[in-house]
Write a protein that binds this ligand. Structure first.
Ligand SMILES: *[C@@H]1O[C@H](CO)[C@@H](O)[C@H](O)[C@H]1NC(C)=O
Ligand SMILES: *[C@@H]1O[C@H](CO)[C@@H](O)[C@H](O)[C@H]1NC(C)=O
Ligand SMILES: *[C@@H]1O[C@H](CO)[C@@H](O)[C@H](O)[C@H]1NC(C)=O
Ligand SMILES: *[C@@H]1O[C@H](CO)[C@@H](O)[C@H](O)[C@H]1NC(C)=O
Length: 223
């Protein structure tokens, strides 16, 4: 029989359990794919500034991740990979059809020793000067792709945004509609989750929350 002595702890326990389940749900949402989140932030900022919304092109996104990989984890933004790598290395490694590759109409690149969530990565890492704002708002852009990666779970973390000005659905086209699998990192537009190093950290914190829910759930059973 329920006495109020038992009932109150049980009610508290259940409401705590429900709120921690909410935390897990929020957490999963936030970490869906930070590259896609960054594209959303870019588009919101552009449209607020009366610039057009850009198409989230997975071919361009994958090339942005390849672009980062050309730095071999060396956080030296001045060492741009040679232009020729775009067609000779990045496109083939992503499965982008060569005839659909076009010139990149703008580029934002940054690296830091610590990870930043998409809103901070946007405002504090990528957009740090008037020059990067003019790249962001350029009226010639029609499409965008974002790549990000950490070479291992301690960084450095790289963010790369590539803009294109071609016909969104006939440039940077992927053979068979899907990018070749990338070793690590995240890119936008594909609906594919991030792979390896960067995400292991995120997964660990997710696992931590799941354990919390399990512990709370089982302690509720004992009441
Ligand atoms: C990365 O490694 C490749 C191959 O070893 C080399 O050609 C390239 O210059 C390196 N890039 C940087 C930025 O060090
Ligand atoms: C767009 O981003 C820039 C750089 O972070 C910021 O200064 C500006 O306030 C943003 N605009 C809007 C409408 O959010
Ligand atoms: C937009 O494209 C035109 C034609 O290619 C070029 O002349 C112009 O400089 C570009 N605008 C910007 C802001 O890059
Ligand atoms: C490109 O997209 C537009 C609008 O979404 C569509 O009308 C057009 O048929 C598409 N073109 C190709 C080549 O897929």
């Amino acid at each position: 029989m329920f006495s109020s002595m038992v009932f109150y702890p049980l009610a508290i326990c259940i409401s705590l359990l429900v709120s921690s389940l909410h935390m897990v749900a929020a957490h999963t949402h936030v970490h869906g794919n930070p590259a896609d989140e960054l594209v959303d932030i870019i588009n919101k900022n552009r449209t607020a500034h009366k610039s057009s919304k850009l198409y989230d092109n997975p071919g361009l996104g994958c090339m942005a991740l390849q672009y980062i990989q050309a730095y071999n984890g060396t956080c030296d933004e001045s060492k741009s990979p040679p232009e020729v790598d775009i067609t000779e290395v990045f496109a083939p490694d992503c499965g982008v059809e060569l005839p659909t590759v076009q010139t990149i109409s703008g580029r934002l690149l940054a690296c830091r020793s610590h990870y930043a969530k998409p809103p901070e990565a946007f405002s504090q890492v990528l957009i740090e000067s008037k020059k990067s704002l003019s790249v962001l708002y350029d009226g010639n852009h029609t499409e965008v792709g974002v790549g990000l990666s950490g070479t291992n779970s301690d960084g450095p973390y790289f963010w790369c945004v590539l803009f294109g000005s071609g016909q969104p659905n006939s440039t940077f086209e992927l053979e068979g509609g899907q990018a070749l699998k990338q070793k690590q990192g995240c890119f936008s537009g594909s609906g594919v989750p991030c792979s390896a190093a960067l995400m292991s950290k995120v997964l660990w914190s997710f696992t931590g929350l799941m354990v919390l829910v399990a512990v709370m759930g089982s302690s509720c059973l004992f009441l």
